[in-house]
Design a protein. Structure first.
Length: 389
């Protein structure tokens, strides 16, 4: 989704970033009120190898290309503060949680631990309801991430779909969020200026807008093996499953006018039923990978806007091995929403069932993208261009 929609939502919440550390204390007050992956992948292997983290290369030559994740670092309110650039995760193997260093039993305990979390700490959520909205600005370290682990019975409950983030990492790095449930907030999981983080095996449902959002120069993160459903409860038009970057209409408010280079993020093996795109790839982002996801478009809101599972407006994405059923119009789309963006994307080995929709498997609304002939489509033509390569 683009344009007016994104301005309304992102601008509305830009103020949340400005308050910075005040947010954590506010969360505690609120809290007191109350697969489709590869079977050969083995558990316990972190997708970030222990050495060799380097800056993310930028793809494409469009406006803003090369505006790196290091731009603008230094003073400021937290808006537009780039995280250290990290490369695309090397795999999407499941991660096993280590032995807990602490177990929390309620919302106040959880937020207190998030406020003081240190590299290598493993926070276990005991089963139960955690009323409130939770956040942290702490960072783990390479080889010593901060874990927050739970089961689906550990439920972070934001109390309503009208406002707030269920779990918010801001200007942080090296986290592992694994296994728990996030529900009843306007946005589910928000990563702002966050790098080297894995969001794995969460159940994110009944949220007002999008389920998982990576923005403000969030690089080298993995969103994998999550179950996402019942998004867009406040407004179906805004209910993306996974949202990468931000609209160019919001760069002035969120990134001081620079393209939101939330690059090299991996979206893998998720099951997504959403009212807007299952994955919305924004202009200004580059070099990510979408692989082995399962998309169900039966809840797409349509209206000439939300009419495909994936809308690729960034550059240099590899979109492969995904499966989708039922859609409003097309399976996948590309667009040049901002000059120089929406190019260099590669589609291969996707399995597309249009389910009676009148579009095509992959609609190419921008130039310079490649559709391999090993993509398979049922119920229509593979592309609107009439050829593959």
């Amino acid at each position: 989704m683009d344009g007016v929609r994104t301005v309304k939502i992102d601008v509305k919440f830009a103020g949340v970033l400005v308050v910075g550390a005040v947010a954590t204390s506010a969360v505690v007050v609120l809290a007191t009120e109350g697969g489709g992956g590869k079977t050969k992948d083995t558990a316990g292997t972190d997708p970030f190898p222990g050495t060799g983290l380097t800056a993310v290369p930028r793809s494409g030559s469009g406006a803003g290309a090369g505006a790196g994740a290091g731009a603008g670092a230094g003073s400021g309110s937290g808006i537009g503060q780039p995280a250290p650039a990290m490369p695309l995760p090397s795999s999407y193997r499941r991660i096993a949680c280590p032995k807990a260093t602490v177990t929390v039993h309620g919302p106040v305990q959880l937020q207190e631990k998030l406020n003081t979390a240190a590299p290598g700490e493993v926070i276990r959520l005991a089963p139960g309801r955690y009323p409130g909205r939770f956040s942290s600005q702490k960072s783990g370290a390479q080889g010593k991430p901060i874990f927050v682990c739970g089961t689906p019975q550990a439920v972070l409950d934001g109390g309503g779909v009208a406002k707030g983030y269920g779990f918010h990492l801001q200007n942080a790095s090296n986290w592992r969020l694994i296994g728990f449930t996030v529900t009843r907030s306007q946005k589910g999981v928000m990563l702002d200026g966050t790098s080297g983080t894995v969001v794995q095996g969460l159940n994110v449902h009944d949220v007002g807008d999008e389920a998982v959002h990576l923005r403000n120069f969030s690089t080298g993160n993995a969103v994998q093996y999550n179950m996402i459903m019942r998004t867009g409860r406040a407004n179906p038009r805004f209910g993306e499953g996974v949202y990468l970057g931000s609209s160019h209409n919001n760069w002035s408010q969120l990134t001081r006018g620079r393209p939101d280079a939330s690059d090299a993020n991996l979206v893998a093996a998720n099951r997504i039923t959403a009212t807007a795109e299952a994955v919305d790839i924004k202009e200004g982002t580059s070099g990510g990978r979408l692989v082995a996801n399962v998309f169900d478009g039966s809840q797409l809101s349509g209206g000439g806007i939300n009419d495909s599972w994936v809308d690729a407006k960034g550059n240099g994405y590899l979109i492969e091995g995904n499966r989708g059923t039922r859609t409003v119009k097309d399976g996948f789309q590309t667009h040049e929403e901002y000059k120089g963006w929406g190019t260099g994307n590669v589609f291969r080995r996707n399995v597309i069932d249009l389910g009676g929709a009148k579009g095509v498997g992959i609609f190419l609304g921008s130039d310079g993208n490649k559709v391999a002939c090993d993509n398979r489509v049922t119920g229509g033509e593979l592309t609107n261009k009439g050829k593959c390569s």
